[in-house]
Design a protein around this ligand. Structure first.
Ligand SMILES: [Fe+2]
Ligand SMILES: [Fe+2]
Length: 290
């Protein structure tokens, strides 16, 4: 992405900068010599708990056509809410690329890279807010749910910014097929009779189509083999992350046994009836849809 852009020494940039005119070139040079090191490990505020819950029942339930559409829609509500881990990943990709190029004294990426990636980051934050709005429309206390950080945490811990972008692309691409991806999710919301969810999943679907296009603009130029290479790399990266976590597991935060059976309680609250139990799930078994 940066090829074609000349390396610019910070001092030269500083002398021409309007900021240098305001704060003085000496101060500016001192500041530009500091290495930027963004913190990319996800953090949440005091409303959140069970950040490292490893269960993934919603990912099983929304695809289980033996279950009623309203239960599958409840799983989609949770999946939207949990999407706050995606802006966490994108923020880290953008910040680390920016810092790496700045620390190397490079001019960095074109503005179009930042506008596209930050548009996607905002979309993903909005998807989580759509989930929040769906929960609140049903009177559900979403802060009681285990909205984990396992995805953004393991990517920040185990992968370079480019590798994280490859994995993000692989996931978004897997959401396109009609039978199990975003068109399916929209159909489930419609079949459940939840009109707000149907509207929100229409927005969500449209955004995800755009995100695959953003990958063409922002990720493809970074890989010699383009997006074909990204698809090839993704499987090996999932394996590498799984092996790294087997050696050095994610932190445990307390009452894991009590958290792992949260689905029946949540489903009862949303639907007003009991549902079939979900088999034991673990995030280490999770992969993007085939
Ligand atoms: Fe999304
Ligand atoms: Fe997306």
């Amino acid at each position: 992405m940066t090829s074609g852009y000349s390396k610019v020494r910070p001092e030269r940039k500083a002398s021409a900068s309007p900021i240098a005119t305001i704060i003085g070139p000496k101060m500016f040079r001192w500041r530009t010599r500091e290495r930027a090191r963004p913190g990319v490990m996800p953090r949440r505020d005091a409303r959140f708990s069970n950040l490292f819950d490893t269960s993934t029942p919603a990912d099983i339930v929304y695809l289980d056509e033996a279950r009623e559409a309203d239960e599958r829609n409840a799983a989609l509500m949770f999946k939207r809410l949990r999407e706050m881990d995606v802006p966490e990943v994108i923020a880290g990709i953008v910040a680390e690329h920016w810092a790496g190029e700045r620390n190397a004294g490079e001019r960095g990426r074109p503005w179009a890279y930042y506008t596209a990636m930050l548009r996607q980051m905002w979309d993903e934050a909005r998807h989580a807010m759509l989930g929040q709005a769906l929960m609140e429309s049903r009177g559900i206390d979403w802060t009681a749910l285990p909205i984990n950080v396992t995805f953004s945490w393991k990517l920040a811990r185990c992968c370079s910014p480019l590798e994280r972008h490859v994995l993000l692309y692989a996931i978004e691409l897997s959401l396109m097929p009609r039978d199990r991806g975003k068109p399916y999710e929209h159909r489930v919301a419609a079949e459940s009779g939840d009109r707000l969810s149907m509207l929100f999943h229409d927005y969500d679907w449209a955004d995800e189509v755009l995100h695959v296009e953003i990958a063409r603009r922002c990720l493809k130029p970074e890989l010699p083999g383009g997006l074909t290479e990204a698809r090839r790399q993704a499987d090996a990266l999932w394996e590498r992350i799984a092996a790294a976590l087997a050696r050095d597991p994610m932190p445990l935060d307390g009452r894991t046994d009590a958290v792992r059976d949260w689905w029946p309680r949540f489903a009862r609250e949303v639907l007003g009836r009991d549902v079939e139990p979900v088999r034991d799930t673990d995030v280490k078994d999770w992969r993007p849809l085939d």
